[in-house]
Design a binder for this molecule. Structure first.
Ligand code: TXE
Length: 483
């Protein structure tokens, strides 16, 4: 593999110092697998425990800091991310493989999130109530939880860490942050900015390494008071068990199998656009991706023809290349998993409409043509999360059937509908069993100042983002005073 001048040497950040790891690893560019993006330090159990201990010691100080101090630190971080969003976006595109435009958008989002939580640090409040007893006053206040462990996936390597780190710090917690193995350079770049923002040593710690060792140490540690995790269902369940065993607070964001319903009265071009963006952009590697396109019978065939036409025009290529719509798949393992899904779809009798083949490009990378199938509700491709550029269309007899299909899943993250009927849009918003609904919009693409999360197999615990983030990153105290 070639080592470019841009290569990052990413070290751990523990107790205010940059530390080498116990071993080293590399991340590679999925658009050009000859290029090393980062050589990074990998921690073991004992180095992870050092970071946790540092966070415990720092908590006493940071939890007592003034709202103004927290706001200033978060504002500085947000300003620097925004000032450097082009460079951070380029790093993200090189390491994760989303297009440069998407990556710069994500870096910008990360900056905006820190700015939002700078304001939240100042807005913390409580309640004062009259007691049911004479002469007694009651107040309800919020306090930080303690040490929070933040375990993040590779698909949004700047935005997801930002939407966990920023509220954690804003509400006075100390942090142990573990990024995914595939994206250490992004985790390190964020940590490097945070390290210069004026936090007391130990308040924020970065530990990189394997999920099994570093992640599991965080999940198991009795010194970690709360864990926020985004990733696969299987890992989320393991973390839930570890957290429950020691009664730690836990917040899980996991998979999705998000439906986009297209009704006969929809603006069909808009519906196709929503499907294309929601299902395939960011290479389909989003928990909010619309991987089930549920189309009412009268427009089914026309929808499929138009979507296939749009798919055929998509440009798949190197994430940094101008004019590219879709970058590579993140790594070989994920590419092989996608190819295995194509075989499953064919074997179970789903009708292949478009794509799926591996693509040759001037640089060696994990390129595949986005794929579309016509499926039945019982097919595994219509039921399980794929997490790649593969979607299926399901035919619905009418609106009631479409709604039933939309809800026929163990997941419950996001559901969308394309329709010109206010009545049906409103009914769908009320009856879709999910945490987020979209009308005439792609299922992927959310705001940062409102709650994010789902129900059932998709999510567990309080919502992330916006004001509601306080539910997880604070604990409530009730005080009684005899006046
Ligand atoms: O996820 P993991 P991976 C899905 C997607 C993908 C599959 C596997 O289908 O193909 O999950 O991806 C850390 N204790 N999604 O392996 O394992 C790990 O190091 C504590 C969907 O990347 O869940 C990483 O930091 N931590 C999802 C984080 O958990 C552990 C987004 C996520 O890794 C751990 C990502 C352990 N025992 C993947 N094992 C979505 N829907 O958004 C691993 N980790």
């Amino acid at each position: 593999m070639k080592r470019s001048d841009l290569q990052q040497n990413a070290r751990q950040y523990i107790n205010g110092r940059w530390e080498t790891g116990v071993t080293t690893g590399v991340s590679e560019n999925p658009s050009d697998t000859r290029e090393v993006v980062a050589e990074y330090a990998r921690a073991d159990r004992s180095q992870t425990e050092l970071a946790i201990r540092a966070a415990v010691d720092a908590f006493a100080h940071w939890s007592q800091s003034t709202p103004q101090r927290r706001a200033d630190v978060l504002d500085r971080i947000g300003s620097e991310i925004l000032a450097r969003c082009d460079a951070l976006g380029a790093l993200l595109a090189r390491e994760e493989g989303k297009t440069l435009a998407e990556a710069i958008g994500e870096a910008t989002r990360a900056g905006q999130i820190f700015k939002f939580f700078a304001g939240e640090a100042l807005r913390g409040g409580g309640e004062i109530l009259a007691s049911v007893r004479p002469g007694v006053q009651v107040d309800v206040t919020r306090e930080p939880v303690g040490v929070v462990g933040l375990i993040t996936p590779w698909n949004f390597p700047l935005a997801i860490p930002a939407w966990k780190i920023a509220p954690a710090l804003a509400h006075g917690n100390s942090v142990v942050f573990k990024p995914a193995e595939l994206v250490p350079a992004c985790g390190w770049a964020l940590a490097e900015i945070i390290s210069r923002a004026g936090l007391p040593a130990g308040t924020f710690n970065l530990v990189m390494g394997s999920g099994r060792e570093v992640g599991q140490t965080i999940a198991d540690s009795p010194l970690v008071d709360a864990i926020s995790f985004t990733g696969s269902v299987a890992t989320g369940e393991r973390i839930l068990q570890a957290a429950a065993a020691r009664r730690a607070k836990v917040q899980l964001e996991m998979g999705g199998k998000n439906p986009l319903v297209v009704l006969a009265d929809a603006d069909l071009d808009r519906a196709v656009d929503c499907a294309l963006q929601g299902a395939y952009f960011s290479t389909g590697q989003r928990c909010t991706a619309s991987s089930r396109l549920i189309v009412e019978a009268p427009v089914h065939d026309a929808f499929v023809v138009r979507l296939r036409h749009r798919l055929a025009a998509l440009k798949v290529g190197h994430a940094l290349e101008r004019g590219i719509d879709i970058g590579p798949v993140v790594d070989r393992r994920q590419l092989e998993q996608n190819q295995a899904w194509l075989a499953i779809a064919n074997d179970e009798g789903a009708e292949h409409v478009h794509g799926g083949e591996l693509l040759e490009r001037p640089t060696p990378g994990h390129y595949m043509n986005p794929a579309l199938f016509l499926a039945r509700p019982e097919h595994r491709v219509a039921r399980e999360e794929i997490f790649g550029p593969i979607a299926c269309v399901l035919r619905a007899d009418d609106y009631a059937h479409a709604l039933a299909l939309a809800n026929d899943t163990p997941f419950g993250l996001c559901a969308g509908i394309c329709t010109s009927s206010l009545a049906q849009a409103t009914h769908f918003k009320r009856h879709a069993r999910v945490g987020m609904t979209m009308v005439n919009l792609p299922t992927a693409g959310v705001d940062y100042h409102v709650p994010f999360g789902g129900r059932r197999a998709s999510s567990y615990g309080p919502r992330e983002q916006g004001r509601h983030a306080a539910e997880f990153y604070t604990t409530v105290k009730t005080g009684y005073v005899l006046a």
